[in-house]
Design a protein around this ligand. Structure first.
Ligand code: NAD
Length: 480
């Protein structure tokens, strides 16, 4: 049996515990995975995705209501394959022990990167493939086994992933647990060797509490409100286009989506005009346009409509970009027009909650330092985006704000660089993966020392203490 539970019913906690125990046992019995086995696991994951890409595209789209085929192929399939290939390519170099100079003659000192064992992966719905297979690339590269709990909000995709995994992997290598948040809670209470959670900040607190009981180390990949600071020195049209391309991709249901914009007050009218023109050209229609993704479910549709109503009631001006003036009230279709929220203020939900949809509040500033101060008054975001050519301002963004990443003159680009760590800080998460950072997150860096035949460090501690230790102490206790 390689799939536990289904998308509706709960899994008995004993079933989860027994499956994990079998995986741990296999890890101990079979020893660390060789380079060849790790490459084979990565290859199987690549084949699983490439051979079944059309079935995956169809399942994701059915789960969303409509999810652009190209967006699924680009972000979920190509994004996963890029991570898996990068790991396969660099694995042998990452696995090599790291040699260090030893302070005592004849000693050998090194770091061995040892697999942790069995890693739990809890993934969200918004990019249901890449947020499962991205972490799995690092986990399998590091020689671990894994148990995946995908989201219940994409039931067809989660069931398909589970079935494909069961076909390509032994149940002790990689297995899937299907089910609701309740199953997620049971899952996060298991004694994994590591747990990685991608999801919301509120749920992350439950995850950390549950993991604490077994002292399971956690990596938390969370969300938040990623700001865009547009400088007076920016090319405004470029900024608008790069911000709104990402804000409308997947209908803004992206952890790294630009959440709000801080704009010089005199640029507002030009920003709005260019946004209306640019978005209208990308999406001349919305309701039946296959390129424009639906909101995942009625709850999130209502949540976003609620943010708009709240902003409107509290005095915001809403600029809805609905070029064909279509009726978008249908909760079955769940399309929400890209909407700029002008005159956004602190008491509005659009500035208090993570948006996770195609709404873009704009706050204006007079002095650049006010923009920096505003970012610093908020919880630390997953990313910060600066548009402009002013080197001093850019340095202020880099040095005076703290975020998971900074991208200058673009948004979300950093996720494409496998060489860079992907993760948050503070309320946007802890730990990172991608490339070598992922390999190290899911490895135990074991210090290894091989003592020399002389054993000088040992001799120094040996009583009776005489001239040798006194000479050594004199040397060790001198300032320079
Ligand atoms: P979510 O936190 O509601 O759910 C994520 C997963 O956790 C699901 O599999 C769910 O079943 C499970 N879960 C829910 N409650 C649980 C509990 N009490 N215990 C254990 N597991 C539980 O998140 P979501 O709505 O699926 O995704 C949206 C959030 O994820 C946003 O905040 C977004 O910013 C964040 N996100 C972050 C990243 C990133 O890489 N940093 C990527 C995508 C999404």
């Amino acid at each position: 049996m390689s799939i536990l539970g289904n998308n509706g019913a709960a899994v008995a906690p004993e079933q989860l515990a027994a499956a994990l125990a079998r995986m741990k046992q296999a890890h101990l019995a079979e020893g660390p995975a060789s380079l060849e086995l790790r490459r084979d696991r990565l290859d199987r994951a690549i084949a699983l995705l490439l051979d079944n890409r059309e079935a995956i595209v169809a399942a994701v789209s059915a789960d969303f209501g409509n999810r652009s085929r190209e967006q699924t192929l680009l972000s979920d399939i190509a994004g996963s394959v890029a991570s898996l290939k990068h790991c396969r390519e660099h694995l042998s170099e990452w696995m090599r022990p790291e040699l260090h100079p030893a302070p005592f003659p004849g000693c050998e000192a090194r770091v061995d990167y040892q697999p942790l064992g069995v890693v739990g992966v809890i993934s969200p719905w918004n990019f249901p493939i890449v947020l499962a297979f991205g972490p799995l690339a690092s986990i399998l590269a590091a020689g671990n086994r894994a148990m995946l709990k995908p989201s219940e909000l994409t039931p067809r995709t989660s069931a398909l992933i589970a079935e494909l995994i069961a076909r390509h992997f032994d149940e002790t290598e990689l297995t899937t647990v299907l089910g609701s948040a309740e199953v997620g809670a049971q899952f996060s209470a298991q004694p994994f060797d590591h747990l990685i959670f991608t999801g919301g900040t509120a749920v992350a607190k439950h995850i950390m509490r549950a993991a604490a009981d077994n002292l399971v180390p956690v990596t938390l990949e969370l969300g938040g409100k990623s700001p865009v600071i547009v400088s007076r020195s920016a090319d405004l049209a470029t900024a608008v286009q790069r911000v709104l391309t990402v804000k409308t991709f997947n209908a803004g249901q992206i952890c790294l989506a630009p959440d709000y914009v801080l704009l010089p007050e005199e640029s507002l009218a030009d920003f709005v005009a260019e946004a209306v023109r640019f978005v209208g050209a990308m999406y001349p229609t919305l309701r039946s346009n296959p390129d424009y993704t639906s909101i995942i479910n009625p709850r999130n549709f209502d949540r976003l409509q609620g943010y708009l109503a709240d902003a409107h009631d509290k005095g915001a001006r809403l600029v809805e970009i609905n070029p064909a003036e279509e009726d978008l009230s249908d909760r079955e279709i769940r399309k929400i027009a890209p909407t700029l929220v002008l005159d956004a203020s602190a008491e509005m939900q659009v500035l208090r909650e993570e948006i996770f949809g195609p709404l873009l509040p704009i706050k204006t500033y007079r002095d650049f330092s006010a923009a920096i101060d505003y970012v610093n008054s908020q919880p630390r975001p997953l990313a910060a985006y600066y548009f402009g050519e002013d080197a001093g301002e850019r340095q202020q963004v880099l040095e005076r704000t703290t975020s998971g990443a900074v991208v200058v003159n673009d948004t979300m680009t950093h996720v494409l660089f496998e060489e860079l760590p992907f993760g948050g800080v503070g309320h946007s998460g802890m730990g990172a993966y991608h490339g070598i950072y992922g390999f190290r997150t899911f490895s135990h860096a074991k210090a290894v020392v091989v003592q020399s035949p002389i054993g000088e460090s040992n001799l120094a501690m040996r009583a009776p203490y005489g001239e040798m230790i006194h000479g050594l102490l004199e040397h060790l206790l001198t300032a320079c």
